[in-house]
Design a protein around this ligand. Sequence first.
Ligand code: FAD
Length: 470
Amino acid sequence: ITHLVWLRNDLRWLDNPALHFASCAAKEANEGIAVLITPTPGQWSEHNESDAKIGLRAGLVKHLAGELAALGIPLHIVNGDTYADLPEAIGEFCQLNDIKHLWFNGDLPIHEQQRDQAVCAKLQQQGIQTHQQAADLIVAQDVLSQQGTPFKVFTPFFNRWVSLLAQQDITPFPAPAAQAPAIDQDNALPELVWETPYREDLWPADQNIARQKLWQFCHHKECLYKEERDFPIIPATSTLSPYLALGAIGPRQCLEAIFYTCNQEEKRWQDSIWLKELAWRDFYRQLMAHFPFLSMSKPFKADTDALTWRKNDAEFQAWCEGKTGFPIVDAAMRQLNQTGWMHNRLRMITASFFTKLMFADWRRGEAYFMSKLIDGEFAANNGGWQWSASTGCDAAPYFRVFNPTRQSETYDKNGDFIRRFVPELSSLDAKSIHDPKPQQRKVCHYPDPIIDYKPARLAAIAAFDALKGK
Ligand code: FAD
């Protein structure tokens, strides 16, 4: 082998530019390619990654190894603990295997960029050529205003994003070419020391299933997405986020599916609300890249750093365990703890409850989400938390505080979602389940509310109001 393709959060063989271009270059020169995976468990734990995400990653690597073996492409594992170990480890691997070219898709988060720079510097010293491609964002370039500055508000970002997308090639990159000899499947599957159990029944570690899920969603659900996406009991959203977070699905694959669907239904792709959600993903990722202080636990709005958040460990524990006494909040937190995923409406409700009513530091909630989410992604998670806490870019106005009971009555009208995850309340009727009476709580062995909504809301607003005078 001469060309090495280093895969990280792009665990797919289709629509993978690094793999595709490496394969083309190798074929032209009559050379071979191999794939490299570099597990860094110490780094994952430093980044607070969940067992669920680590488990799905391991499964995807195994699956990938099998698919690549069928194409005759070997998959190698070089273990490190943290990113700091990788320049040496990859350098040594390349030397031993006489690698001439390293191909990879760029990563946006700051530590990952530093990792890539360090690895490239090391390999270049060894005379190895490094080739970086773009594979993560839907619009594969900086989305900037006419003045060349990053957007701080979503709507103008989205308008520019759409106009750039209209000019972009959206054809997915094909699979790499097969090379001889084919590899025996039994030898292809690596032993992975970092396997952890996760809800495989919900997210099978198989890129083909992920792709099927994408097309089925676009065919059957995208047309109802606008009306149904806010109701957690309806499986109306794509649930593709874990696959997108680990790159088991690529941006052009999403675009191909959504453009095809819109075309079939004679709709403008620019009007797809689902596509707009993918634009939010790009928006937060670009913010993270343009404003490095976001990766250093800083709020986007600097003045909000002066807020004195409350630190109440008992309340924090109750929130984590889904025992706040607010049924919709508890159902949501239990969904997160049991599955590794939470519906978007519920992420907003629980984060708003945490930051406004508990008035707890958003960074603590952000970290807990990250430690549980199978789709945990720094940019989207940080963006979502800062949006909810009203500390972020284009965030919710601070005086708009979600009322969990009203949210519950609106988005889980019959209480069926609550019944699924808070079974002790399942006997209650659709009216009382959102805020059971004290006697009902006692009978159901369900806790009293840990927060008194009205004064908590006023206190949060007052704290933000006080910032204005500073
Ligand atoms: P769909 O509704 O089918 O949307 C399609 C895709 O668009 C998603 O898979 C996701 O990649 C992207 N997307 C959708 N909404 C958003 C959004 N608001 N911001 C950024 N991207 C979006 N999303 C993550 O992928 N990882 C996270 O760690 C994460 N943390 C969040 C924390 C909070 C407090 C909040 C409010 C939101 C967070 N989100 C996060 C965004 C959103 O909740 C999830 O992307 C969505 O629920 C995933 O479900 P889905 O795949 O069915 O989404």
